[in-house]
Design a binder for this molecule. Structure first.
Ligand code: SUG
Length: 447
């Protein structure tokens, strides 16, 4: 029997609202507001605790080093670390914001993961996402790769690839555009669904007009190829360009699937009906799709509530749990869909509604905050780092957050060089706490 481990990203000490993600409506709406990094991290930790308390496998991925001095230096800001920050704040505050983002918390964009049951060489394959479409996110790839290689270090069981080339042709946003359908425990081969926003070379294919399509078909195909997936069990589907223009910048804003169940909006893909028929054929008889119609919930309300960005989790007894953001309860139509899903005979057994507002204001809901890693018991046992959440680790993280995080940060505060020292001190302590080797540039430079 296997297990799906939820690897949540912990929001970092520089969590702020800089409005950097065009096409992500929440990010634009909250630009310039003051954030509360401590509350963001505590909300994230509360989610991890709630899921672990239900007997589900929950783990944590650490925040990244921010502001990211190697990028500031590459952009021409020299001198001491403090001088580089002060000069960037004066001359190019948007670049300082990009180098200060805590966006690595949204680990659904950290990588695409294929279970060992699906790959040609029988290893778990990881492709860290290049996140090439946005500067502030593209910075994540090297540290994500280092962290994944540190945690999944056993080369006989795990393959952590390099990110795909960071060009617009191969823009890759990771697991937010990937869903695996598999039987109980995930030990049997699954069906892997890849969703892209555009094709880099098929220029006559439909494309959004207003907002960027971040994931390319070429990137998704390259990942399937290098993970050694069986083409007969792999599907590539294009997002509906109108949905992207309505704020669906990743597929996980409009669909969520787990085990053999899919919750999806009728406007999610170019051909939602045809895709469902193909999935039914490939996943088999147990496949169950619940399609929400636009007259039940219009796409813009799916986006503003993040109903589909809920986490769908298979509990130890096989019943499905939906972890939804509190915003769903504040919209009558979204709440009605949730009630329908959890009613007797509905696709979901139970809902857990959580306050994740700090992350939500940047367009990151429950599903954005986690990377699913399907592992066998043996693979799980091969992870040496102290990343699995139990009461003792949760208590340590709680105390660590309260010790190091500020409770208020505005984009203007990013000009303060002491934030760098605070952040590095915190992360240095965290790597020790999680039994990780040095994964940050500042640790390596110092060593
Ligand atoms: O890439 N927001 C992230 C949110 C990512 C959500 N992830 C998933 N859907 N899986 C993004 O748009 C906002 C940062 C800012 O504006 O300060 C940001 O990067």
């Amino acid at each position: 029997m296997g297990i799906d481990v939820q690897f949540d990203g912990l929001p970092g000490p520089t969590h702020n609202y800089s409005g950097m993600s065009r096409g992500n409506l929440a990010s634009g709406r909250h630009a310039g507001n003051a954030s509360n990094p401590r509350e963001a991290a505590l909300q994230g930790l509360a989610k991890m605790r709630a899921i672990a308390a239900r007997g589900l496998a929950q783990a944590v991925l650490p925040p990244h080093e921010r502001p990211h001095l190697p990028t500031l230096r590459a952009l021409g800001f020299g001198g001491s670390d403090a001088e580089a920050i002060v000069r960037a704040a004066r001359e190019a505050p948007a670049l300082l914001s990009a180098c200060s983002s805590a966006a690595a918390m949204w680990t659904a964009n950290a990588a695409t993961v294929s279970a060992s049951a699906d790959t040609a060489d029988g290893r778990v394959h990881f492709s860290p996402a290049n996140l090439a479409s946005l500067l502030h996110r593209s910075i994540e790839a090297p540290t994500t790769t280092a962290v994944l290689r540190a945690i999944f270090a056993d080369g006989r069981r795990f393959a952590v690839h390099d990110p795909l080339p960071a060009a617009s042709h191969t823009g890759d946003e990771g697991a937010a555009n990937h869903t695996r359908f598999a039987g109980p425990g995930g030990s049997d081969p699954g069906v892997e669904l890849f969703v892209h926003g555009r094709s880099a070379f098929a220029t006559d294919a439909p494309a959004p007009r207003r907002f960027p399509a971040r994931q390319t078909r070429e990137a998704s195909e390259a990942i399937a190829r290098r993970h050694g997936l069986d083409p007969a069990r792999t599907l590539h589907v294009q997002q509906n360009p109108d949905a992207i223009d309505a704020g669906v910048f990743h597929n996980d804003v409009i669909a969520v699937g787990q085990a053999r169940t899919l919750l999806v909006h009728e406007d999610a893909w170019i051909d939602t009906g045809g895709t469902l028929a193909t999935l039914a054929g490939r996943v088999g008889q147990a496949f169950r799709a619940d399609v929400v119609r636009r007259d039940e919930l219009p796409v813009d309300e799916a986006v503003s509530t993040y109903l589909f960005n809920s986490q769908l989790l298979e509990q130890p007894d096989g019943r499905l749990l939906l972890v939804a953001p509190a915003e769903v309860r504040e919209n009558a139509r979204a709440a009605a869909v949730l009630d329908r899903w959890t009613a007797p005979g509905g696709p979901v057994a139970e809902a857990l509604v959580l306050d994740l507002r700090q992350s939500m204001r940047n367009g990151g809901g429950p599903a954005c905050l986690r990377l699913r890693v399907p592992l066998t018991r043996g693979e799980r046992a091969a992870v040496g780092a102290r990343v699995f959440i139990d009461e003792s680790l949760a208590a340590d993280l709680d105390a660590w957050i309260r010790r190091h995080y500020r409770d208020r940060l505005t984009p203007a505060d990013l000009a303060d060089p002491t934030l760098l020292d605070e952040s590095r001190r915190a992360l240095d302590e965290l790597t020790a706490l999680l039994a990780l080797p040095s994964v940050y540039p500042f640790q390596r430079d110092a060593g």
